[in-house]
Design a protein around this ligand. Structure first.
Ligand code: SUD
Ligand code: ADP
Length: 284
């Protein structure tokens, strides 16, 4: 038997860091939503008790370092499943981009194996398992739009924002999430984005309100380390995007655009500076 799962990318419409915790993680407040740029996973039962990962992407690990492998091993261990699985990852989401590609693959693996092996694990339990793999995995299990607290694993579902175009541009640099959090200094922050104002803009379906309240405090670190991310933000603004922000720890920058007529101009303008540009919609 085979099952298929889609693993969409996320963007952070708002990312605030409240403080560093004793366990080394940071207490965050994030508003996250999914976009329709997705990896596709195919999971097939194997006669032997083993986990095999393949992918067309040459640039990700295919062994126990792969988050889909870790998700499969976790579910097998926790539910004592003595069966094997072959997982093929068709990667479309850029890697180490601030779009949670690996986390979404892990989440899709948990959902898919729950179906393949008919384990009947409820969604909240899948989220708890997911949190063992990474802070963003629980959100990727549920999808939709949510406010995430704690280190990212405490989720509260909210309305989807009004539909718009999302233009993603990933500069050709690698950013490590651990490195960005490591260099972040909460005490030096002069301004925090307003989670309350963003929540109110989303719940009233106000696109201008969402644009006015976009904010990501991790920009203070990544933009300093990589000035080309700031440059990309400025270019996207100049080309006419309504709102522009870095997603997660970066380096991907996203632009929100309400009018379709503007989209191709922004896309074509960006392609002169950046090879990896995607035009997508929010998943609503
Ligand atoms: C920044 C965000 C925003 O959505 O996304 P990405 O840029 O990775 O997509 C997330 O907080 C990333 O979540 P995730 O990528 O799952 O992080 P994890 O694997 O749990 O942690 C990687 C490392 O980041 C740091 N970390 C992560 C989450 C958090 N709340 N505080 C932290 O300090 C820790 O140093 C940890 O060792
Ligand atoms: N299935 C996977 N897809 C992408 N990257 C993976 C996967 N499994 C493990 N990784 C590793 O995880 C790291 C972060 O990848 P990713 O989840 O794409 O980052 P981000 O959350 O910043 O978008 C990369 O260094 C990559 O090698």
């Amino acid at each position: 038997m085979k099952v298929y799962e889609k693993a969409p990318a996320k963007i952070n419409l708002l990312l605030d860091v409240l403080r560093k915790r004793e366990d080394g993680f940071h207490e965050v407040e994030m508003i996250m939503t999914m976009v329709d740029l997705a990896d596709r996973l195919e999971m097939e039962e194997l006669p032997r008790d083993t986990i095999i990962i393949s992918s067309q992407a040459g640039y990700i690990p295919l062994d126990e370092k792969n988050l889909a492998f870790q998700a499969a091993r976790l579910i097998k261990d926790r539910y004592d499943v003595r069966r094997g699985v072959y997982i093929h990852l068709d990667k479309k989401i850029p890697v180490a981009a601030g779009l949670a590609g690996g986390s979404s693959d892990a989440a899709a693996t948990l959902r898919g194996l729950n179906r393949l092996w008919e384990l009947g694990i409820p969604e909240d339990e899948l989220c708890t398992l997911g949190a063992e793999l990474g802070s963003d995995v629980p959100f990727c299990v549920t999808g939709g739009t949510a406010i995430a607290r704690g280190r990212g694993e405490k989720l509260e579902r909210i309305n989807n924002p009004p539909q718009c175009w999302v233009i993603l541009a990933k500069p050709p640099i690698n950013v490590s999430t651990a490195d960005v959090y490591g260099k972040f200094r909460a005490a030096e922050l002069k301004e925090h984005p307003s989670t309350a104002a963003m929540l109110s803009a989303i719940s009233s379906g106000s696109f201008p309100g969402i644009i006015a309240n976009l904010g990501n405090v991790l920009e203070t670190v990544t933009l300093q380390l990589h000035p080309e991310v700031l440059q990309l933000k400025e270019i996207m603004h100049r080309l006419g995007a309504d709102g522009v922000l870095m997603s997660g720890s970066g380096p991907t920058v996203f632009g929100l655009v309400s009018k379709e007529a503007k989209v191709s101009r922004i896309y074509n303008g960006l392609r002169g500076f950046c090879k990896e540009v995607y035009v997508v919609r929010m998943l609503t």
